[in-house]
Design a protein around this ligand. Sequence first.
Ligand code: PEP
Length: 249
Amino acid sequence: MARKKIIAGNWKMNMTPSQAVALVNELKPLVATEEADVVFCVPAIDIIPAMEAAKGSNIEIGAENMYFEEKGAFTGEISPEMLTDIGVKYVIIGHSERREYFAETDETVNKKVLKAFEHGITPIICCGESLTQREQGVTMDFIRQQIKIAFLGVTAEQAKTAVIAYEPIWAIGTGKTATTEQAQEVCAGIRACIAEIYDAETAEAIRIQYGGSVNPATAPDLFVQADIDGGLVGGASLKADFGKIVNWK
Ligand code: PEP
């Protein structure tokens, strides 16, 4: 069965709650489609107002992060139950900005992935190489390690429902999109890695996004690639461009 595309916005640390409502209202008619799942991953404080604004539309509101403990003395963190209590179904895990600025590791990513599944939240698991790694020819070695650790203890049934976002760090927020060949090659490599860990059926089912300066001009070539099942979009998800990316066909 063909995999349904999933196109997600990552708002990062942008949009106040009132700006979030205005943006959802502006984008609602522009991202209407049956052909793809459309998710806006927004700052924690924006989740409830964005959900209210998105009511009756095809937009799912997701989170940008989540902690791996149930509750307790973890000042400033958001628990899985806080997300499920308000109906959140998706959470970005292990974005490269969280790895770089907030010391997230493959191990904490794995703990968060397991916790998300435990609570029925679909993780959008980020991976991707630095420019140095690409230039040294170790891209796939590095990503295979990220994937293998992220999926430790995850069952095949859970893995089938996961989303992986391949985001080369050198392409995030730089205006430098990976070429379609580069993006497809790594996404195919990730699918092969999932087949090794699990089986062909799991690899066929899992959805793999490309992320890194996706815009309305680059989206169509990327999204027709055999192993690219949509995109994780930063900058362009904050404007009307996101509608064009979602309706890329
Ligand atoms: C991202 O934040 O995940 C991202 C891909 O950002 P941008 O589209 O701005 O490169």
